[in-house]
Design a protein around this ligand. Structure first.
Ligand code: ADP
Length: 447
């Protein structure tokens, strides 16, 4: 829980929200507080002005302070202030609390000289002190501040609660795809690659989900290939192995004799097995991109002629003609001669195997720009159109039973294709059933 992204997001957002809302409320509270105090001061000084005006007007009307006392008491009660009026000699002529009348009032620091509007000279001094009203005002202000403070506190808490709730809902929504990715990854960990995540979003998470799905597709494909490969290999190994055990059991039971012929059959099955294993090893190296090529500029014409000559005996034995028809002056190619000899050999052996008596096998080559095209054409049985797209797939055989009888592993063309591609070339096939096939591969010219 503590380490979940959701919780961390919530805490991070929570801190940010509390800091923002807290500082907004703090400054608003401080400003409101200051404004209210200033307003209260202004009201107080306006009251004092008004008092002074009223008392000056009295003197103006009466031309004496006599009889002012009840008026001052009234004003004192009205404004909740202590009001003292002294004449020019400093004698108290009126006191809102009625205690200092007639006495001398010497404290001049708080006094305000009073001058009637028409008059030129001072007629007395007005002393105002806050009296009880100050405490009452203070208490009222304190209550106001308290109310405002409480309002801000509750409003703040409510805002924080709403913000946290929204954050929680939003973070859940934002993190839902991430969670789905995590769940899917766990499934892949268990080897179940069929799971896909929703990838509708346009943003980074959507992009991530799409990459994730395409990765899952690749994994699923690789896993399928691996399973097929294991199944294919098991299937391919089973036939020669069961032939071997069949022979051995028959010898054991005395059904067949362990003569030269039987031993040669056993030997043939064993070499089929060992060929298959060699081919598989080669293919797995090619699949892993670990085919080590020792390339150097080579004369391709010489290589073709040598390979054709090597197969001459086999072809003649089958009543076939095999020849190379090469133009003069073919440029050198950058190849691993051992591997390209293997390519030519595989294609020629296939051509011999699939071409009937009196057939013809020709190897031609042409040079175009930076590429040399080498074609092996036979006049054999050909390959049906539906088989052409899959002919280079491993263990693929057009005629399963017959091909196995010829001892082919079904890996020859797959390995051939890998070898050509490892040299930076391509290979393709054209064929007309009943008329023959042409396999053409390319090799890069030395620059
Ligand atoms: P194999 O070891 O069985 O020959 P390959 O991968 O070399 O396996 O060839 C795959 C299949 O392609 C063969 O079984 C055969 O059916 C077909 N094939 C290959 N070369 C030719 C060809 N020149 N003419 C007709 N069919 C061919």
């Amino acid at each position: 829980m503590i380490h979940s992204l959701n919780f961390r997001l919530l805490v991070a957002f929570g801190i940010v929200i509390i800091v923002i809302i807290g500082s907004v409320f703090f400054f608003t509270y401080r400003t409101t507080h200051g404004e209210i105090s200033r307003f209260a001061d202004r009201v107080g000084s306006m009251q004092d002005k008004r008092l002074e005006l009223e008392l000056s007007r009295y003197y103006e009307m009466m031309n004496t302070w006599e009889g002012i006392q009840p008026f001052v008491v009234q004003l004192g009660n009205l404004y909740g202030k202590r009001i003292l009026v002294t004449d020019n000699e400093g004698t108290v002529v009126a006191d809102s609390e009625e205690t200092l009348m007639g006495s001398a009032y010497t404290d001049t620091s708080t006094g305000q000289p009073m001058r009637p509007m028409m008059g030129r000279k001072n007629v007395g001094t007005l002393h105002i002190s806050e009296g009880e009203a100050l405490d009452i005002n203070r208490a009222a202000l304190q209550i106001t501040y308290g109310t405002i403070g409480r309002f801000f506190l509750w409003a703040g808490l409510l805002a924080v609660a709403i913000a946290l709730l929204l954050t929680s809902v939003l973070s859940r929504r934002i993190l839902a795809p991430v969670k789905a990715l995590g769940n899917a990854a766990r499934e892949y960990g268990k080897g179940n690659f069929s799971r896909r995540v929703e990838s509708k979003g346009k943003g980074e998470v959507g992009e991530l989900a799409r990459s994730f799905n395409s990765m899952a597709e690749n994994l699923e494909h690789a896993e399928r290939l691996r399973r097929d490969m294991v199944a294919d290999v098991a299937h391919e190994l089973r036939t020669p192995l069961s032939n071997l055990t069949g022979y051995l059991e028959a010898i054991d039971d005395g059904i067949i004799k362990s003569d030269k012929k039987t031993i040669s059959s056993l030997n043939e099955e064993a070499s089929t097995l060992s060929r298959l294993i060699d081919d598989l090893q080669e293919l797995s190296l090619a699949d892993a991109g670990e085919l080590k090529l020792i390339t150097r500029p080579e004369d391709i014409s010489g290589l073709i002629t040598e390979t054709v000559t090597a197969l001459q005996g086999k072809a003649t034995a089958k009543g076939l003609t095999i020849s190379a028809d090469l133009p003069d002056g073919l440029p050198e190619v950058n190849i691993d001669s051992h591997r390209i000899r293997q390519v030519l050999h595989n294609l020629l052996v296939n051509a011999v195997a699939h071409t009937g008596k009196k057939g013809r096998i020709t190897v031609t080559a042409r040079h175009e720009d930076d590429t040399i095209f080498i074609s092996i054409t036979d006049t054999g049985e050909g390959i049906p159109a539906e088989d052409l797209p899959v002919i280079f797939e491993r263990f693929y055989r057009v005629d399963k039973s017959r091909a196995r009888a010829t001892g082919g592993s079904g890996l020859g063309l797959t390995i051939t294709k890998r070898l050509v591609e490892a040299h930076g070339g391509t290979i393709n096939v054209e064929s007309q059933p009943g008329q023959g096939s042409t396999f053409t591969f390319t090799l890069p010219v030395v620059k």
